[in-house]
Structure formats: structure tokens, C-alpha cells
Design a protein around this ligand. Structure first.
Ligand code: SF4
Length: 411
């Protein structure tokens, strides 16, 4: 049943050892960093005593899902050289540097959810290839592309597919999926589409604890349906009715949320359902499944440990639309001056840094960000950030202090 395709669809399996071996060198060449590897081997610390110390989180950067997606995109180009056309639904992952490399290989990015007009404009034929990104795609988009007879290279991460499986199960049991995530994020859109595609369930996406409390209150006391639907516009399935479809709910989440927050969403909904239906009947009305991915969890745990050490500031490196990176920045912000940057160029000089403010969705400029005197900087990076970008940032901070990393390593 899972993602069944019409006979015309051709799903291409590129994970053959001969193909993967051939692309490894290319991938490593684009994204590796000897400096980062060396610092990791030295316990994650690079220091010029008395002047500047950089401490890396124990886990950061590329996760297995991202590595796999990039490998597959490179493999697709290898197996389907020009003039075969390769299209990518949106971005392969949320990192501008990686997306630039993919585009340089002649892989053309189209909308994450192309409509009929956009697809018609591409004049597709059965030789064309579509890459599905790491966060997956909506069921309707997948079906459309398959129906056109194009070849597909599916890079959807296995951890995302585990969430889909859970949501489909809820749906088959007519349980509404309450998805803790960002309704506008590709992964959550793909996940929520699973709720309607294979069963009779609905979905509702909640992003904040305040939204969760609103839903809990509605479960317990009812409320104004129009207000509910207006508040969650764009975040529920067609035909969703809070008066009918909140009587049995199952919680799932976007894989890259903050674990503590997801646990709190589960706890509050469970409490509301217990209060409403009684503990003896809870099983019929409430389900949950922890779907935070291991890589996200490892990066959050490692940052938590790094933040226990004395640091003057934290640099978080990653694409501004990367969900897991934004949560790392959020963790830092709660403790110390934190700058979310997408590359080393954002550090204009030691007096000025340009950094992303995820609350306003704009880049801020902060003067005098690098304190004088002996400074310790913590560094982490999201699961979609390649090591070469992390190296650039490390080199830049030392350069701003007039220290050559080359000489430091030699000495
Ligand atoms: S962050 Fe997690 S779910 Fe997303 S690609 Fe990486 S391993 Fe997969």
C-alpha cells in the first residue's frame, strides 16, 4: 500500500555499491574539512591560550539522512548525465551552499509542490528524472509525477518515513494526527498529507505550547469553531471539524523539533484527554509516538553539554530555513549571546556580525559582537551544514583576532 505507484512510474534505485563508490570522492571533495576532522580528533578544541579558544559541540553538521540525500543526488547525475533532464522538488536539504552545488550540476529546482501549469510548462517525458528531497514530498505531488511516467529518485530520510507510517496507522484507525511541527515546512506538509491519503483520519498541526493549550481547552470545554478554524488556517486537513475530530487523537512530530517541547505537547494533550475521558478510556482516545530523529536528538544533547561550559558566545551555522538549526539557535539564545549565521562572510569584522533572527525572520546586525581579551567561542551546526562551511567560520574567527590557523596547527 505504501506510496503505491501506477504502472507507468519508474522508481530508480541508485544505491548500488558501484554507483555510490563513484560519487563518494566527489561528495567528500565538495564538503569535507581536514581542519574540522583534526579539531574533532583533538577533543573538539582549538586554542591560542590567553587569546581565543573555539570549542565544537561533540555532534554537529551533516546527519545520515542528509548525507544519503546528497549522495543520491550526485549519483542521479552520474547515472543520468546530460542531456537527461533532472528536476528537484524544492531544495535537496536546507543549505544554500549544498543547493548551489546541486544546481551547478545542472539539476533544476522546481517548486516543492508544482501545480499542473508548472508541470505542463516543463514538457515532461518518460526520460526525465525527478528527485524527491530528504524531507519527502506530499502524496499528491508524488502521485502526479509518477502518473506522468517520469523516473523518480527518492531521497526521503528513513526517519521521516517512520513518522509517515505512524500517521498512516492513526488514520486507518480514524484517529486525528496532531503533528507538532511547522505547518509551512516541507517535511510537515509531506507528513500531514499521509493522514488523508490512506485512511479516514484527519490532521492538525500545532507549533507552539500556546496553540497546544488552545486545543486542550477546546477538547475540555468546547469553544467557537470558526475561531478555531481561523486560528489554525492552513494547518488542518480539508473537512476537519474540531467538534468531531478531536475525540481521538494521536501525537506525532516533525523530526527536527526541540525534544523537550514535543514531550510537553504530548503531556498536555494526554492530560486533557485523561481529564475528558477518564484514565480507563485513555487508550481509545489518545496515542503518541516519539518521532524526533536520532540525529536531531544527538545534536541537541551535545549542545546542551557544550552550554554547560564557560563560553562567551555561541555561533550556530546553517541555512536560515533549516528547522533543526533554528532549534539549536533557540537553545543557545536561552543561555548566552548567540549568532545564527549561514557562512563565514556574515562576520564582517570583529565589530560587526550579520545574523539571522528567527523570530522576526530577518537578518540583524550586531556591533561589537566579539568581546576583547581572552574569548571562548562555542560552535555548532545544523544537520544540513557541510564541514567546509564550519571550517570557514573557524578560520574567520581566528583571522579576526589576527591568528593564523595554519601557524597555530604547526606550532
Ligand atoms: S535531521 Fe533527522 S530526519 Fe532529517 S534528514 Fe537528518 S536524520 Fe533524517
Amino acid at each position: 500500500m505504501e506510496n503505491e505507484a501506477p504502472a507507468a512510474a519508474k522508481k530508480v534505485n541508485l544505491r548500488r555499491p558501484d554507483i555510490m563508490e563513484a560519487v563518494q570522492a566527489q561528495v567528500v571533495n565538495h564538503y569535507r574539512s581536514d581542519l574540522v576532522n583534526r579539531i574533532r580528533q583533538n577533543g573538539g578544541v582549538l586554542s591560542m591560550p590567553g587569546r581565543l579558544t573555539v570549542k565544537l559541540a561533540k555532534e554537529f553538521g551533516f546527519c545520515y539522512g542528509v548525507e544519503r540525500a546528497i549522495d543520491l543526488a550526485y549519483a542521479a547525475r552520474q547515472v543520468f548525465p546530460p542531456p537527461t533532464r533532472i528536476f528537484l522538488l524544492g531544495e535537496i536539504i536546507h543549505n544554500p551552499e549544498v543547493n548551489r552545488q546541486i544546481s551547478d550540476m545542472g539539476i533544476v529546482s522546481v517548486s516543492p509542490k508544482p501545480d499542473d501549469a508548472e508541470l505542463a510548462g516543463l514538457h515532461l517525458n518518460s526520460a526525465d528524472v525527478f528527485i524527491i528531497p530528504a524531507f519527502g514530498t506530499e502524496v499528491s505531488t508524488r502521485r502526479k509525477i509518477e502518473a506522468l511516467g517520469c523516473q523518480t529518485v527518492d531521497t526521503t530520510c528513513g526517519d521521516v518515513m517512520s513518522v509517515w507510517k505512524r500517521v498512516r496507522q492513526y488514520s486507518k484507525e480514524t484517529v486525528t494526527s496532531i503533528i507538532h511541527g511547522k505547518a509551512w515546512h516541507e517535511e510537515t506538509m509531506a507528513t500531514s498529507s499521509q493522514a488523508r491519503a490512506y485512511g479516514s483520519g484527519h490532521y492538525l498541526v500545532v507549533f507552539t505550547l500556546a496553540e497546544t493549550d488552545y486545543v486542550c481547552n477546546y477538547i475540555l470545554n468546547g469553544g467557537n469553531k470558526e475561531e478555531f478554524l481561523a486560528k489554525f488556517q492552513g494547518a488542518y486537513s480539508e473537512g476537519f471539524d474540531p467538534d468531531q475530530h478531536l475525540s481521538a487523537v494521536g501525537v506525532a512530530n516533525q523530526t527536527t523539533m526541540l525534544r523537550g517541547e514535543t514531550e510537553e505537547v504530548q503531556r498536555r494533550l494526554r492530560q486533557a484527554m485523561t481529564q475528558k475521558h477518564g484514565i480507563a478510556n485513555l487508550e481509545q482516545h489518545f496515542r503518541f509516538f516519539d518521532t524526533i530523529c536520532g540525529a536531531t536528538q544527538d545534536r541537541q544533547d551535545a549542545l546542551e553539554k557544550l552550554l554547560l561550559q564557560p563560553l562567551d558566545l555561541l555561533l550556530v551555522i546553517g541555512g536560515y530555513n533549516s528547522s533543526n538549526t533554528s532549534h539549536l539557535a533557540e537553545m543557545g539564545e536561552a543561555k548566552l549571546p548567540t549568532y545564527f549565521i549561514k557562512n563565514a562572510a556574515k562576520m564582517e569584522d570583529d565589530k560587526l556580525i550579520h545574523h539571522y533572527n528567527q523570530h522576526t525572520k530577518l537578518e540583524d546586525k550586531t556591533p561589537n559582537w566579539l568581546p576583547p581579551g581572552n574569548t571562548t567561542i562555542g560552535i555548532t551546526a545544523g544537520a544540513s551544514c557541510p564541514n567546509n562551511l564550519i571550517e570557514d567560520v573557524i578560520r574567520r574567527v581566528f583571522e579576526l583576532r589576527g591568528i593564523s590557523v595554519q601557524e597555530l596547527l604547526a606550532g
